[in-house]
Design a protein around this ligand. Structure first.
Ligand SMILES: Nc1ncnc2c1ncn2[C@@H]1O[C@H](COP(=O)(O)OP(=O)(O)OP(=O)(O)O)[C@@H](O)[C@H]1O
Ligand SMILES: [Mg+2]
Length: 273
């Protein structure tokens, strides 16, 4: 894992609660740009970590536009929405899926979560506190963008894993996400994963570039050093959409594929976070 030290932004409108009680390592998977592989990464990292005996729960933090149900081929009747609105208990909503992974699914097509109320924030925080007592890892699979919900989800996590692809717009959005989280939540450590790379060493180059940009543009607003930890790269691999079409996890459908082998390596790095 390479580390790139850059200066950290400070002034904060929102203070992160990223030091939370409980046993679980809570990891928010985010990106800025949509469609870069957050859900794929979260689900398959969960699979890789659960293989080594860890208890892992994936929470679909895209409360109005859920994805994890599709990846796991589940059709939940009860979702996080029911828990948040008091219509169901956590136990009712959690689904144990393949390989000992648990999923807390969200609903799809709910416009009310495009704005985040204080009430939902408190509920979500309480839910995550409860889950943290029961699992080794909690992955918060966020939606795209830097909405209040994405930022709040990140604030509930101990670690933030930023997924980016080599596309310039993805790199720009990854940087914007890091900047906002660093400035609003005083987060100083970010984990970077580059997905859909075509050449080895590509991710290290992008991680260095992001570090340089952050250093140059955020330095004046920072007081404590930020570290960008590059956890690894995943190649562009046809096995990824093929597994999705079969409604299976890549780690289960194509464990020997280049993307699955890269994911196993990254899971080892993540287990040392
Ligand atoms: N390494 C890869 N090689 C080939 N295809 C990939 C790879 N990673 C992801 N994909 C494909 O990219 C698409 C988007 O992936 P995914 O849904 O995980 O992204 P996302 O960031 O969660 O999107 P959203 O922002 O909408 O939540 C999927 O069809 C997936 O199969
Ligand atoms: Mg997704």
């Amino acid at each position: 894992m390479s580390k790139i030290g850059i200066a950290s932004p400070r002034s904060a409108a929102t203070v992160s609660k990223h030091s939370r009680p409980g046993a679980a390592t809570i990891i928010a998977v985010t990106s800025g740009k949509g469609g870069v592989g957050k859900t794929f990464v979260a689900a398959n990292l969960a699979a890789a970590l659960s293989r080594s005996g860890k208890k892992v729960l994936l929470l679909d933090a895209d409360l109005g536009l859920a994805n994890l149900d599709v990846v796991f081929n589940i059709h939940p009747k009860i979702t996080l929405h029911d828990v948040l609105t008091g219509g169901a208990t956590l136990e009712d909503a959690i689904i144990e899926v393949t390989g000992g992974i648990s999923v807390l699914p969200a609903a799809s097509g709910l416009v009310e979560y495009s704005r985040l109320t204080g009430e939902v924030q408190d509920e979500l925080s309480a839910i995550i506190d409860q889950l943290a007592q029961r699992y080794d890892y909690l992955f918060l699979d966020t939606g795209a963008g830097i909405s209040d919900l994405v930022l709040y989800s990140a604030s509930l996590a101990r670690e933030v894993l930023v997924v980016a692809t080599p596309e310039p717009t993805s790199l720009t959005d990854a940087y914007a996400t890091i900047k906002v989280l660093a400035m609003m939540q005083q987060r100083s450590i970010f984990h970077l994963l580059f997905n859909q790379v075509s050449k080895s060493g590509e991710g290290s180059r992008y991680a260095a570039q992001l570090g340089d940009v952050a250093n140059r543009y955020l330095e004046s607003q920072t007081a404590t050093p930020i570290e960008l930890h590059h956890v690894g790269d995943i190649p562009e691999d046809q096995s990824v959409p093929d597994a999705l079409k079969k409604r299976k996890l890549l780690m289960h459908a194509y464990p020997g594929s280049p993307a699955a082998l890269a994911m196993s390596k990254i899971a080892k790095a993540v287990s040392r976070i």
